[in-house]
Design a protein around this ligand. Structure first.
Ligand code: PEP
Ligand code: MN
Length: 339
């Protein structure tokens, strides 16, 4: 349930309500807004007698149930968009953040060439997998810590922030030491042990939508991370599996405005994994801006034909530069519509 405190509520009244909530068997989460504090009480069911009792407590403006199965990530609990600030880059403030780089970190020359080029084109984040979730166990599995070190070196050299995938609970610590944002891949969206562990991390998490996950499942996975203590979650729509085989996946563009209706978490689109085809990435990047995404993730490689993974969907450096120029008018239009 949600307990909206009066604007004049004191800290001790807020703490008192939290105690009552715990006594009733729920977990309180305090959300401080600009005008007033809201307490989300999450637990099994929202009992009518608990709601009535809290309604009449001192300092409480109103108390009501949360209808959606996902609670803390729901717009019902928090209307304002979650903004995630990393140095001079903010995700979720109405701007458009771009994450670009190779599918896998393959070596220094490949990573540095890409990083320097995408930075010059205006990207904010360098992406690159050091731990790779490959469909076949015989495919390249990533450079592990050596790859993380190269990502850190590229950050040092270019000023780009780093986003990279964490595959396993065992690697959370090490990936957390190097990454600015930890990525959970589509195949791990329902790895609940990993999600719980990421709830304890003090860095933002980008959660990619599972291969066949519904929006509800997607948001419940985000709820795992937030309810375990980490409110900084970014959602990534990366295509879902449908009957269509002409593209690697089907990009669910409708998910973007729908998620914006249901949740306060920022939403990013990955047209590379969604399509598997280089030629489709730029058109869908433009569409992502138009449907209200907070950002984009795109795979870029200096020589896609030589890439160790996902070459066919990787943009060449000059194509990424064109993409950045192409999305610019859409970003400007969106910003002018807001004013
Ligand atoms: C990736 O971004 O490197 C990746 C493996 O993507 P996904 O988890 O969406 O397949
Ligand atoms: Mn990839």
């Amino acid at each position: 349930m949600i307990i909206a405190m009066q604007a004049t509520a004191t800290e001790s009244q807020i703490q008192h309500i939290c105690e009552r909530i715990r006594e009733f068997g729920y977990q309180p989460h305090i959300i401080k807004g600009t005008e007033r504090t809201v307490i989300a009480a999450v637990g099994p069911g929202d009992k009518k007698e608990h709601i009535e009792s809290l309604k009449s407590a001192e300092g409480v403006e109103d108390a009501f149930p949360i209808i959606q199965p996902f609670k803390l990530v729901s717009k019902e609990v928090k209307k304002q968009k979650t903004t995630i600030k990393l140095g001079d880059v903010t995700i979720g403030d109405g701007g458009f953040v771009v994450m670009a780089g190779p599918c896998s970190v393959e070596g220094r020359e490949q990573l540095m060439t890409t990083a320097v080029a995408v930075a010059a084109s205006g990207a904010h984040f360098l992406r690159g997998g050091a731990y790779k979730p490959r469909t076949s166990p015989y495919d390249f599995q990533g450079m592990a810590e050596e790859g993380l070190k190269l990502l850190a070196e590229a950050r040092e050299q270019t000023g780009l922030k780093v986003i990279t995938e964490v595959l396993d609970t065992e690697d959370v610590k090490i990936v957390g030491e190097y990454a600015d944002i930890l990525q959970v891949g589509a195949r791990n969206m329902q790895n609940f042990a990993l999600l719980k562990k990421l709830g304890e991390v003090k860095k933002p998490i980008m959660l990619k939508r599972g291969l066949s996950a519904t929006i509800k499942e997607f948001l419940l996975s985000a709820e795992y991370i937030v309810s375990h203590g980490n409110p900084e979650v970014i959602l990534c729509e990366r295509g879902i599996r449908t009957f269509e085989t002409a593209t690697r996946n089907t990009l669910d563009l409708a998910a973007v405005p729908l998620l914006n209706e249901l949740t306060h978490l920022p939403v990013v689109v990955d047209p590379s994994h969604a399509t598997g085809k280089r030629s489709l990435v730029r058109p869908l990047a433009k569409a992502s801006v138009a449907v209200g995404a907070d950002g984009l993730m795109a795979e870029v490689h200096p020589r896609p034909e030589e890439a160790w993974s996902d070459g066919p969907q990787s943009l060449r450096l000059e194509e990424f530069d064109i993409l950045m120029k192409e999305i610019e008018p859409y970003i400007k239009l969106r910003q002018s519509e807001k004013h």
